[in-house]
Design a protein. Structure first.
Length: 163
C-alpha cells in the first residue's frame, strides 16, 4: 500500500514545490520510493498550471534537486486518498483543517517544521515570493532541516503498514 504525502502552501509555486522536491529526494535516498508518493498543491488556484517560480527552480537545481513542477490547487476530495497533508505555515494549517470533511481528515494536517526539533515555537516557513533569492535559500534550509524528522515519521507508518 502506498503512503501519500501532499505539501501545501498558498500558490504552489514556491514553498510546497520546494518541499515536494526535497522530500521526494529523501524518500528515494531511503529506498522508500515505491512505498511513498509525494506531491504538492496550493490553497488557492491563482497559479494553477504554472511552473514553479524561477527562483524556486534555481535554488532547487543549484542544490541538486529536480525542479520540474506544475502548480495546482488542493481539492477537498483528496483528503480521502492522502495519509498526510503538510502545511508550510499556520495559515495553511488552519485553511486545510477548515476544509477537512471529517475530524480524521483534519488530523492528517501537520506543519512541516513540527518535524524539526530545532524549530522551537516558530513553525512557519516564511513566504519568499516577494523577496530576493536569500528568502528562497532560507526556505530550502528550513525544508531540509525538517525532512529527516518527517522521513522518520513516514518510515514508521510505512513499516507498520507493511508488517
Amino acid at each position: 500500500m502506498t503512503y501519500r504525502v501532499c505539501f501545501v502552501c498558498t500558490g504552489n509555486i514556491c514553498r510546497s514545490p520546494m518541499a515536494e522536491s526535497v522530500f521526494r529526494a529523501r524518500v528515494e535516498e531511503a529506498g522508500l520510493g515505491g512505498l511513498v508518493e509525494v506531491d504538492s498543491a496550493g490553497t488557492g488556484g491563482w497559479h494553477e498550471g504554472d511552473a514553479a517560480d524561477p527562483r524556486t527552480a534555481s535554488v532547487l537545481e543549484s542544490n541538486g534537486y529536480e525542479g520540474v513542477h506544475t502548480a495546482r490547487q488542493f481539492q477537498v476530495s483528496w483528503f480521502s486518498r492522502l495519509d498526510l497533508v503538510i502545511a508550510l505555515d499556520e495559515g495553511h494549517l488552519k485553511a486545510l483543517r477548515r476544509l477537512a470533511p471529517t475530524a480524521a481528515d483534519a488530523d492528517k494536517v501537520r506543519l512541516l517544521r513540527s518535524y524539526d526539533p530545532a524549530a522551537g515555537d516558530d513553525l512557519d516557513v516564511p513566504d519568499p515570493y516577494y523577496g530576493g533569492m536569500d528568502g528562497f535559500e532560507e526556505c530550502l534550509e528550513l525544508v531540509e532541516a525538517a525532512s529527516p524528522g518527517l522521513l522518520a515519521a513516514v518510515r514508521e507508518k510505512v513499516e507498520v503498514g507493511a508488517a
